[in-house]
Design a protein around this ligand. Structure first.
Ligand code: PLP
Length: 392
């Protein structure tokens, strides 16, 4: 940002970004120039949105659904979300707590806007999705990182989080299965966290569960919705982007406690009015139609994550934890004695492989690299061979 231009509000200087988008732009630029680039950078499924979902959107447009909808989402869609949650977690959620938004990301910003301001503290995972730190800082609150540890398979220790809590902590953000590490937090740690939070009745928990259906390791996914003791101060972030390969449709949802819902809805009215109407009809079909597509994607990500994990560990100077979910590998590159960002740039410019430096996900990401498994088996094999050759 141009520091000579003095009229920016000071909060603008605290805003971060998601580097994966600049890597994507550079990778596309190089491809257009004729270079062979394998993209393991951006975090989105490489599958198309399933046909029956696309058809539902086309039908909605043809049926004349062209106008604004209820700001919080069309009632049938909220019902479908509630039914899906009941089916998967056996938890009843009232429609009045569900807010449909243009992408799960919006819930991060809303949570920070609702609970962050100067004098408050918000805890977030590091390495973690970069928008957490950005939104917290923008809100004026102090961004307090907690470390996801490699030796814990990039899970967190509930004790680490609880030790950082104080009366100023207004919000804790957790994310499992996690971007960028592929880590999944075991039920035992989640239980400890929920129990520990009993001492802090004013602290809200935001659980980003956007990768919940891509959990394929030994550790089973457990939604924070299943902990009744915190249900009155729990925000859930979820959506369609990853589960149904719908990143470009811009669809997500939040579940808010009653005392925050009204203001969250007001933010929606102020910012985006409502979500694209035909996309909401597609979202109903996604939740109520056949679910084989989700299973198939989960199986593919598992197979590709295993392939990538095995191949990365064959490279002498790299070591990689086995991903438990999401669609990323996060190998340790410390033996190369090179900054993660330099390695990212060299791999893209010289080896033709787009990846994202661990530091794009926070300071504790130094010494790591994020590779997305959302590419074909052959592309993954070729990319890791290129990385191996480049290192050697
Ligand atoms: N949360 C995490 C952890 C993510 O990785 C992403 C997207 O990459 C999002 C939220 C945002 O998803 P959406 O595309 O629905 O805004």
């Amino acid at each position: 940002m141009d520091k000579n231009f003095k009229n920016h509000a000071s909060r603008c200087y605290r805003l971060g970004t998601e580097t994966a988008f600049s890597v994507l732009a550079r990778a596309n630029f190089l491809s257009e120039k004729g270079r062979s680039i394998i993209n393991l950078g951006i975090g989105q499924p490489d599958f198309s949105t399933p046909e029956h979902i696309v058809e539902a959107a086309i039908k909605a447009l043809k049926d004349g659904h062209h106008g604004y909808t209820q700001s919080s989402g069309i009632p049938k869609l909220k019902e479908a979300v509630a039914e899906d949650i009941f089916k998967r977690h056996k938890v009843e959620v009232s429609n009045e707590k569900i807010l449909i938004v243009p992408g799960g990301k919006v819930i991060i910003f809303f949570s920070a806007m609702l609970l962050g301001e100067k004098g408050k503290e918000i805890l977030y995972p590091n390495p973690g999705f970069p928008i957490y730190e950005s939104a917290i800082k923008f809100s004026g609150a102090k961004a307090v990182p907690y470390k996801l540890k490699e030796n814990l398979g990039f899970s967190f220790s509930a004790e680490d989080i609880l030790n950082k809590l104080n009366q100023k902590t207004s919000l804790i953000i957790i994310n499992s299965p996690a971007n960028p590490t592929g880590g999944v937090v075991p039920e035992e740690e989640l239980t400890k966290l929920a129990k520990g939070l009993e001492k802090y009745p004013n602290t809200v928990l935001m659980s980003d569960e956007i990768y919940d259906q891509f959990c394929f390791g030994k550790i089973k996914f457990k939604s924070m919705l299943t902990f009744p003791s915190i249900k009155d101060r729990l925000i859930i972030l979820n959506g369609w982007s990853k589960t149904y390969a719908m990143t470009g449709w811009r669809l997500g949802y939040g579940i808010f406690p009653t005392h925050l819902y009204e203001t969250a809805e007001k933010l929606a009215v102020n910012i985006h009015s409502c979500v694209n109407s035909s996309a909401q009809y597609a979202a109903i079909e996604a939740l109520t139609g056949p679910q084989d597509c989700v299973k198939e994607m989960n199986n593919s990500f598992k197979r590709r994550a295993d392939l990538m994990y095995n191949k990365l560990n064959e490279i002498e100077l790299l070591s990689c934890q086995r991903p438990q979910g999401a669609f990323y590998c996060f190998p340790n590159i410390k033996k190369l004695q090179i900054k993660a960002l330099t390695f990212q740039n060299n791999l893209l410019e010289k080896a033709g492989v787009a990846t994202v430096a661990g530091t794009s996900f926070g300071n504790y990401g130094e010494g790591f690299l994020r590779l997305s498994c959302a590419n074909s088996d052959s592309a993954i094999e070729e990319a890791i061979n290129r990385i191996d050759n480049f290192i050697n």
